[in-house]
Design a protein around this ligand. Structure first.
Ligand code: UTP
Length: 267
């Protein structure tokens, strides 16, 4: 299965830090966030890791390109461990497609449609870290158990926070697995169907890609992935895997990035 990593957004919530540095390149420890995401996709045996990039965010491509000169300089100084880390980042197999304008997450995912073709595919948000690398394999298990259905990861949050996220409706069919009946982007508190928010890892059927091709803009004028998920549920089953806060970390705001560094650097 191919893995699509959208990373072409503007990162406005982290300005001015993200004026010249992509938010996916901000460090957690000694690695940029997006390297964790690529490594997670590879750990899940993705056949190809496709980063959806903006043409303005060249630093992402530079990070995954080999740098023989830097490596040789480090080796010349006896700094082999650092040279190895540089060589590793430059050897990770990633490919790039471009989103020319940040028209929304759904639009970004669709930019990889020629590569995903008629197959199911993973989507991993480029600013979300899953340290244990276990989430995608568990989602795959749920999908396999339900005839290849789409599966998304969801996180329970305090009710007053739901209005900032995509929120699912459905029923729990086994511990920690919900059969979904709906999904809504940034609902008003009184309209939220649950406290389970869409977290940033998706295993999606190829029908989602087809629907995205004609998806109209939704909340915020953006082409929303959640709208295509709502549409596909009229045709296909979809499931949600409930995760716990320690399984994944958003880094898209100053507060969440700081909390992620604090949590991951403790161990
Ligand atoms: P976010 O909504 O967190 O990213 O999307 P953003 O739009 O860059 O952030 P703000 O709201 O302006 O601060 C999650 C992921 O999807 C990508 C982002 O780069 C991020 O990694 N994305 C988002 C795209 O690739 N294209 C888009 O049009 C929107």
């Amino acid at each position: 299965m191919k893995a699509v990593i959208p990373a072409a957004g503007m990162g406005t919530r982290f300005l001015p830090a993200t004026k010249a540095i992509p938010k996916e390149m901000l460090p957690v420890g000694n690695k940029p966030v997006i390297q964790y995401v690529v490594e997670e996709a590879l750990a899940a045996s993705a056949d190809e890791v496709i980063i959806v990039n903006s043409r303005e965010k060249k630093a992402i491509e530079a990070h995954f390109a080999p740098d023989a000169e830097l490596e040789a300089t480090l080796r010349g100084k006896g700094k082999d461990a650092l040279a190895d880390s540089v060589a590793h980042a430059g050897s990770l197999p990633v490919s790039f497609v471009y989103q020319d304008e940040p028209l929304g997450l759904g639009h970004a995912a669709h930019c990889a449609s020629e590569k995903t073709g008629n197959d199911a595919f993973y989507v991993l948000l480029g600013d979300v870290i899953v340290p244990g690398n276990e989430m995608l394999p568990r989602m795959k298990e749920v999908s396999d158990a339900h005839g290849g259905a789409s599966v998304i990861a969801v996180l329970p949050v305090p009710e007053e926070e739901v209005s900032r996220f995509g929120v699912i409706a459905g029923v729990e069919v086994e511990p920690g697995v919900w059969k979904m009946s709906g999904i809504v982007e940034k609902p008003a508190l009184e309209d939220a169907p649950s406290n389970l928010i869409v977290f940033g890892r998706y295993l999606l059927s190829p029908r989602v890609m087809e629907l995205l091709a004609n998806q109209a803009p939704g909340v915020g004028g953006e082409i929303q992935l959640t709208d295509a998920l709502e549409a596909v549920m009229a045709e296909e089953e979809m499931y949600a895997l409930v995760i716990s806060p320690s399984e994944g970390y958003d880094t898209g705001t100053v507060e969440s990035w700081f909390a992620t560094n604090a949590a991951l650097m403790q161990g």
